[in-house]
Design a protein around this ligand. Structure first.
Ligand code: ZN
Length: 393
């Protein structure tokens, strides 16, 4: 399905612009007309991280007239493995500002708008209303559903992308012409079941593969060129080096685009909807949480504890709390590893930051280990408060 261009052309291109964009101008499907449309375009990139980095760099180079960046985070050394819009000298700087500086270096003709804030239900509609198209580079479900809902409510298209380890996905959601994200994923996965990039890892260059698809789709939509991924899901497997395209249909019963949604209710409860831990885990940790200092005191006092690290083997390789035994969370939740837990010792669970260990704690308690506890803040808190000589990740 081809669609009409999203943006009207600007009045003219300057001599400088013609020189800069000449490789676009000589493509018959883009031409001067297409470049004038890009010049007039206003695109918002949600997140200046893994996907936002390549997306913003190429949107800027392509000559998108106005580029908005929304990000409240600051650049961390662990971002540089994939977030190529930032450099070493940007560590500690707000990502939106760092990204804006890189864009100005690549193309000073771009009008950059910085939104150095967190996207929330109070500002999302106002911010999105200022743009023709949204590029979604978020990495969490709460924001992802919010981006979708706001785009549907405002009748705007957005280009979605997602990355995990060696796998990526991309699509264009535009409720007027096809399905929305909720048609594809009506419910977020259960809390605690989906590892984030920070937990699961991501191959850095995967960001470029998926970010490039997102920019390609953005340019096609803005200029009305080709067939956009509306109603299609692109699935990329870097290990097999395959791209598969599957059809996604509009769900007539979609709570958002299928009928007349109660708009305020939908934009009301993202944190509840996509909470970090399940209700079981939340209940399990009450009166069963210790700090890393308490753990250290227990160890120093020779208390008879069994310290279980519920992270993955690759994480255990990076850094571990002395005396811990690795039993990944999955083996505890499936019940497979419960027999390895001693009945006569105090069970202490920990993970990276305290989310996975809370989930595991609920399962361990349900299996009868009533006095089991978990460690707040996990190994990261241990490194920070007990042994800063150990590496963080
Ligand atoms: Zn829908």
């Amino acid at each position: 399905m081809s669609l009409p261009p999203l943006v009207e052309p600007a009045a003219e291109l300057t001599v400088d612009e013609i020189r800069r964009y000449s490789r676009h101008l000589i493509i018959p499907d883009v031409g001067v007309e297409g470049q004038k449309r890009l010049k007039n375009s206003r695109v918002l990139c949600v997140g200046a991280g893994g996907l936002g980095s390549p997306a913003l760099l190429y949107l800027a180079a392509a000559g998108v007239g106005t580029l908005g960046i929304i990000d409240f985070d600051t650049v961390d050394a662990s971002n540089l493995q994939r977030q190529i819009i930032h450099g070493v000298s940007d560590v500690g700087r707000p990502k939106a500002e760092s990204a804006a500086a890189s864009i100005r270096e690549i193309n000073p003709l771009v009008n950059v708008v910085i939104h150095n804030t967190a996207l929330d239900r109070d500002n999302v509609l106002d911010i999105f209303a200022q743009y023709d198209l949204i590029v979604d580079g978020t990495d969490n479900f709460a924001t992802r559903y919010m981006v979708n809902d706001a785009a549907v409510l405002l009748g705007k298209p957005y280009v979605w992308g997602s990355i995990y380890r060696f796998d990526g996905q991309a699509s264009v959601f535009w409720a007027e012409h096809g399905p929305c994200y909720r048609c594809l994923y009506p419910e977020p996965p259960p809390p605690g079941m989906v590892p984030s990039c920070a937990e699961g890892g991501v191959l850095g260059v995967l960001c470029a593969s998926i970010g490039a698809i997102q920019v390609t789709e953005a340019i096609k939509l803005l200029t009305g060129t080709g067939e956009p991924l509306v109603g299609s899901l692109m699935i990329y497997d870097a290990l097999e080096m395959t791209y598969r395209k599957i059809k996604v249909r509009k769900d007539p019963n979609c709570v958002l685009c299928g009928g007349n949604p109660t708009l305020t209710a939908l934009l009301d409860d993202y944190e509840d909807f996509c909470g970090a831990v399940s209700a079981d885990a939340e209940a399990a940790v009450v009166d069963s949480t210790i700090s890393v200092r308490e753990l250290k005191e227990w160890q120093d006092a020779g208390k008879d504890i069994f310290l279980v690290d519920v992270r993955e083997p690759a994480e255990y390789e990076i850094v571990r709390i002395p005396g811990s035994t690795l039993i990944p969370k999955g083996e505890i939740l499936s019940g497979a590893a419960l027999a390895r837990l001693p009945q006569d010792k105090q069970i202490v669970l920990h993970c990276k930051s305290g989310v996975r260990s809370a989930e595991a704690l609920a399962a361990v308690k349900a299996a009868g280990f009533r006095d089991a506890v978990h460690v707040q803040g996990g190994v990261l808190a241990w490194v920070k408060q007990i042994d800063p000589s150990l590496p963080s990740y």
